[in-house]
Write a protein that binds this ligand. Structure first.
Ligand SMILES: Cc1ncc(COP(=O)(O)O)c(C=O)c1O
Length: 350
């Protein structure tokens, strides 16, 4: 498959900015107009915050490539996966001409990023089990569609997409297929990372915002074909990932056991919460979830949402999304938070 054919002409021809740290990072560094005396933040001196970070992200790549068994050439880090979504749209979609396709209901940022870039988003529906509807995609696919955004486990429905359906799309369409695995750590299996080597148009996106508990650090990554990774490096801001975030990742990775125990607790709490929610007659359905949230369908969703908010328990209204009439999304909390939620629901729904 010829990836270049999918890339915007101006990006192919782009002469990227060469930053000072592209060339040298050691020696007497008088090349980047930094403050050579030091930093006003000196608490963690080893950070050398007066210096720009490595634009090639080698330190970050070294931290995770062996864990993932992925070559460094297949890795790119973004300021959250949200930055990667935006960069991909900017690389592949010519404003006002090209399009993206979004099987819905799903995560809202794919459409927002498309809108910001003046790219029409073609919406198709997932099927009644929130799986890929190949017929719908086939009927609506046109040559202008350069990226199909998929999410597995899907936000807000919580289900994993069938692997074989995703791979069928990779085979069938001359288009980039992005699979957003933000919640994959909460699922028993189902990652497509190992398939990247087999499909040059497949991009797997991950984030440290969920299971690793680093939403505030803003760090995501994607695994993709080398050619796509080179394009991402070409268009990103020179120093997109800041030194503090790099430090945080290095330290957080030492706490893998804590991450694993968080996952275990959240999955256990999710299943407990599911059983308890099923006892409310006003909750018509609780969808199976492989993520750290549950989607529920209520007879009077807006009322539940407002009354919970009045008790300072905040959940998310998803009832305006296609196929999600009356649906609310609840992030799994701590045991105590979940108990507070259930107690509040008992009062609201009595
Ligand atoms: C499916 C999905 N992808 C990506 C993100 C954003 O991740 P990040 O914090 O890495 O930008 C979210 C955040 O809620 C999400 O639900």
């Amino acid at each position: 498959m010829d990836i270049k054919r999918l890339v915007r002409k101006n990006i192919l021809e782009l002469k990227p900015y060469t930053s000072a740290r592209d060339l040298y990072s050691n020696g007497i560094l008088l090349d980047a107009n930094e403050n050579s005396i030091g930093s006003t933040f000196s608490k963690i001196e080893e950070l050398k915050l007066n210096r720009y970070p490595d634009p090639h992200q080698n330190d970050l790549k070294d931290l995770i490539n062996s864990r993932l068994k992925i070559s460094k050439d297949n890795l790119f880090f973004g300021v959250g996966s949200d930055e990667i979504i935006d960069l991909l749209i900017r690389i592949f979609c010519e404003p006002k001409i090209d399009k993206i396709m979004i099987p819905e209901p799903t995560y809202g940022m794919y459409r927002v990023s498309a809108d910001v870039n003046d790219i029409p988003a073609v919406s198709v529906l997932l099927d009644d089990d929130f799986q890929i509807n190949a017929d719908q995609i086939s009927k609506n696919f046109t040559e202008e569609i350069k990226i199909i955004f998929l999410c597995s486990p899907n936000n807000p429905t919580g289900n994993l997409l069938n692997k074989s359906d995703v791979l069928d799309l990779c085979k069938k369409y001359d288009s980039i297929i992005v699979i957003d695995e933000a919640y994959i750590d909460f699922a028993e299996s189902g990652s497509l990372i190992d398939e990247v080597k087999n499909y040059p148009n497949l991009i797997v996106m991950r984030t440290f915002s969920k299971a690793w508990g680093l939403a505030g650090a803003r760090l995501g990554y994607c695994v993709a074909n080398e050619e796509i990774i080179k394009l991402l490096f070409k268009v990103k801001a020179p120093y997109n990932i800041n030194t503090l975030t790099r430090f945080v990742l290095r330290e957080a990775l030492k706490n893998e056991q804590l991450k694993n125990s968080c996952i275990k607790t959240i999955v256990k709490e999710r299943e407990k919460l599911k059983v308890e929610l099923a006892k409310f007659t006003d909750i018509l359905k609780i969808f199976d979830s492989q993520a750290n949230f549950l989607l529920i369908k209520c007879s009077d969703a807006k009322n539940v949402l407002q009354k919970l908010a009045a008790k300072e328990i905040i959940i998310r209204d998803r009832s305006d999304q296609p196929k999600l009439e009356g649906c609310l999304r609840i992030s799994v909390g701590t045991e105590k938070q979940n108990k507070n939620l259930l107690d509040a629901l008992k009062e609201i729904m009595k």
